[in-house]
Design a protein around this ligand. Structure first.
Ligand code: PBG
Length: 335
């Protein structure tokens, strides 16, 4: 050993010093995942005391309204700020004109009323798109194999108004039609619903990661073709920025990037470019792949969900929709 080490050729800066102890790692940690960041998506079905497992999403169930209310109560007790509701409606109610979407007593509106009454302080987000009610499985009306834009937007506005009248706090259009944010804002305001927020699925990609979700809401079998002529191409980022810019101009209160994990770069660019509330969706396929590997014993479930969600925070997401919300809230509470 020499008496002293020449610094020129020896590490003077040792990055590992700050990592040596847990207390130090905590002090230098740059991003934090908190229960305040979580939105829990839930699937609702008709019936009472009914829970149906979703094969491609082990651990996630469709719940009848009574059980849904109990689940939401639990989420509220864990400190989860908001839930997102997705109806799985019976095939007999799915029509080419998706008329059930605008029925003020449809499944999702009844679920909203029940949740609002039992757990008034939790935020309720409702998806606005026709796919749960459309026999074609598409997010809008289909004519000659093509999804019609303006005709769809008209229905989406009526759909959002009935959801908001039922007590939904945030309407979240996930359909990717053009001009729908402006139309929704106008429609809500005209109906004296100017307090209702709009969370725009602004950069929503035509993704194969939605597969398990389509099983969950029963639109998979019905879906004819794919959604590539309205959802975005996975290759594009500049286009995502234009989508976000338009939706903000049209009146969106928050914007979303979806899916999450394969699109973290898009989250970062949206956050940097606009500095607005930017949400991300850890979608069904992301949940399914982590869960499947964990069930095989190949990944440590608790560690990979927390690691994947902190990745969203690092990318700049303000909030994350995740099917793991209650589990993560519990894990964070334990630390
Ligand atoms: C409906 C909608 C979809 C998702 C949320 N809203 C599916 C789709 O666009 O086909 C996907 C959510 C998930 O995969 O977890 N428009």
């Amino acid at each position: 050993m020499p008496a002293f080490l020449p610094h020129a050729d020896f590490p003077y800066t040792r990055m590992r010093r700050n990592r040596r102890h847990e207390w130090s790692r905590r002090l230098v940690s740059e991003n934090r995942l908190s229960v305040d960041d979580l939105i829990w998506p839930l699937f609702v079905i008709e019936g009472t005391n009914l829970r149906q497992p979703i094969t491609s999403m082990p651990g996630v169930e469709r719940l009848s309204i009574d059980l849904l209310v109990e689940a939401v109560r639990g989420a509220h007790d864990l400190g989860i700020p908001a839930i997102a509701l997705f109806p799985s409606v019976e095939a007999s109610l799915k029509t080419p004109d998706a008329r059930e979407a605008t029925n003020p007593d449809n499944l999702v509106c009844r679920a909203v009323r029940a949740v609002k009454k039992a757990v008034p302080d939790i935020g309720i987000v409702c998806d606005v798109a026709l796919d749960p009610f459309n026999s074609d499985g598409h997010d809008g009306l289909v004519a000659d194999g093509y999804v019609l834009n303006d005709e769809t937007v008209e229905i989406l506005v009526r759909m959002a108004v009935v959801q908001a009248e039922a007590g939904c706090d945030v309407v979240a259009p996930s359909d990717m039609m053009d001009g729908r944010i402006r139309a929704l804002r106008a429609g809500l305001d005209q109906a004296d619903l100017d307090h209702v927020q709009i969370l725009s699925y602004a950069a929503k990609y035509a993704s194969a990661f939605y597969g398990p979700f389509r099983d969950a809401v029963g639109s998979n079998g019905a879906l004819k073709g794919d959604k590539k002529n309205y959802q975005m191409d996975a290759a594009n980022t500049e286009e995502a920025l234009r989508e976000v810019a338009l939706d903000l101009q049209e009146g969106a209160d928050m914007v979303m990037v979806k899916p999450g994990l394969p699109y973290l770069d898009v989250i970062r660019r949206v956050k940097d470019a606009f500095g607005v509330p930017t949400f991300a969706y850890q979608v069904s396929g992301e949940y399914a792949m982590l869960k499947a590997a964990a069930q095989n014993g190949w990944l440590d479930w608790e560690k990979v969900i927390v690691e994947s969600l902190i990745g969203f925070k690092r990318a700049g997401a303000d909030a994350i929709l995740t099917y793991t919300a209650p589990e993560v809230a519990r894990l964070l509470g334990k630390r």
